[in-house]
Design a protein. Structure first.
Length: 447
């Protein structure tokens, strides 16, 4: 009996030991599997991390290449724009001088066509300039109350003739509303929207109107043109994007007008939207903050009679001989006493020998010198802050920032004779120089 009991105990112990061993083996197997899985997971994570690093490096390389390509494109456009502006600027000066001579009717027609072609070239280059100024960040909005009626009248006066040439009906509804915006930038936005509407409308007409919506004024430009498919309505605000112009017809512009309008709208904190139906037409809506109309009326500038430039002693500094020649003839036609220099050194010699009333300097001079340097040197020599004007053909963002930061009035080539005349009058009036020189003979104001 005892032996049986002892045998049962041993059997129980054997079974328990076997079960314990099986449990240990199972646990060991599970642990081994978990360890293998952990090791595999670590290898997988390491591989994924390496792949992620590789893809990140590829993406960063692509981004740097894209930025370099974009920078190269901007530099190329700036250089090409500068080189094109110089001869077109000189051409405009020569045509303005030629217009003041006696011509036969046939010659007058040819001159008119030449001036129109020159104006088209100037307008396209100015579009590039506007875009470069936005990219350079030198446009600083000056928000103030703006009466819309005077703005609509000005746009109609300037652009309605273009619509009439295409047998389009141009209408602009009168309004008493005023908004808070930058008057110069708002005009540029509206001018681009209306020009775009005229350019892409072949029949029907253009309507410019505004209406109050709560504390907002919605300025609308309607057209009966080709319309824009919904899938294209975002793309048209990209620079150089044009619809229906695969042959790049220059009469349809550069594809910058809407891009400029959209970016300026963003910088002003306004909102630009589009509703369009293909073959029916489009309406662009610009939402602006409403202000009391009496405020804008108080800020309307009063008209003044332009003083003449007769006998103003002007020094022109430009390293382009053709520009100097054209500028001298134009200024002399306006009654100025002019002399030209093609370097800072020549300008200093002239300033040391004769009295000067006004300095006009090109911004980019030879030897990597600038017009700002020239004006500073001349003022130091003369011992006075002589009134001055910078003229530049540069559109490179860094150059624009430099010129803007000089604090000297700035015009961009090609400059129209009328624009140049008005700016010179403003500068001379501000220094109280011009009123002291009463003209002995009438001098025609250029357009």
């Amino acid at each position: 009996m005892a032996s049986l009991l002892g045998g049962s105990q041993y059997q129980a112990l054997a079974i328990a030991a076997a079960l314990y061993l099986a449990a240990l083996l199972g646990q060991a197997r599970n642990t081994a599997q978990a360890t293998r899985a952990a090791i595999q997971l670590r290898f997988d994570n390491t591989e994924l991390l390496e792949q992620l690093r590789f893809k990140t490096a590829v993406a960063e390389s692509a981004r740097l290449e894209a930025e370099a390509a974009n920078s190269a494109k901007s530099k190329f456009l700036a250089a090409a724009s500068h080189d094109l502006r110089q001869p077109i600027h000189a051409q405009g000066l020569f045509l303005a001088v030629l217009a003041r001579t006696e011509l036969t009717p046939h010659q007058q027609v040819l001159l008119s066509n030449a001036r129109a072609a020159s104006a088209d070239s100037r307008d396209m280059l100015n579009k590039l300039l506007d875009f470069s100024r936005i990219e350079a960040g030198v446009i600083e909005p000056n928000l103030q109350p703006v009466g819309l009626q005077s703005l609509l009248h000005k746009i109609e006066r300037d652009l309605a003739p273009q619509a009439n040439e295409k047998d389009l009906v141009y209408r602009s509804r009168e309004t008493h509303l005023s908004v808070r915006s930058d008057p110069v930038l708002l005009e540029l936005i509206l001018r681009n929207l209306v020009s775009n509407a005229i350019r892409y409308t072949e029949r029907g007409g253009i309507l410019v109107a505004c209406r109050q919506r709560g504390d907002q004024v919605v300025l609308e430009v309607w057209d009966t043109g080709m319309g824009i498919a919904i899938e294209q309505q975002q793309a048209i605000f990209r620079e150089f994007h044009q619809l229906g112009n695969p042959e790049r017809d220059r009469s349809k512009g550069l594809g910058l007008g809407l891009a400029i309008a959209e970016r300026l709208t963003q910088s002003l904190g306004h909102r630009l939207s589009l509703v369009s139906t293909p073959q029916r037409g489009s309406v662009f809506r610009l939402a602006l903050p409403l202000v009391d109309s009496t405020l804008s009326n108080q800020l309307e500038p009063t008209a003044h009679i332009p003083v003449r430039l007769l006998n103003a002693r002007v020094l022109v500094v430009d390293d382009d001989a053709a520009v100097c020649f054209g500028m001298l003839h134009l200024l002399r036609d306006w009654g100025c006493i002019c002399v030209a220099a093609q370097s800072i050194e020549e300008a200093l010699v002239i300033a040391n020998e004769q009295a000067l009333d006004l300095l006009i300097c090109d911004y980019r001079l030879r030897g990597h010198r600038t017009g700002s340097e020239c004006i500073v040197a001349l003022r130091a020599l003369l011992g006075q802050d002589k009134p001055a004007l910078l003229v530049t053909g540069d559109t490179a963002p860094e150059r624009l920032r430099e010129a803007q930061g000089s604090g000297i009035p700035l015009l961009h080539k090609p400059v129209s004779p009328g624009q140049l005349y008005r700016r010179l009058v403003e500068i001379l009036e501000a220094t109280a120089l011009a009123p002291e020189r009463a003209p002995s003979a009438p001098v025609a104001t250029p357009h």
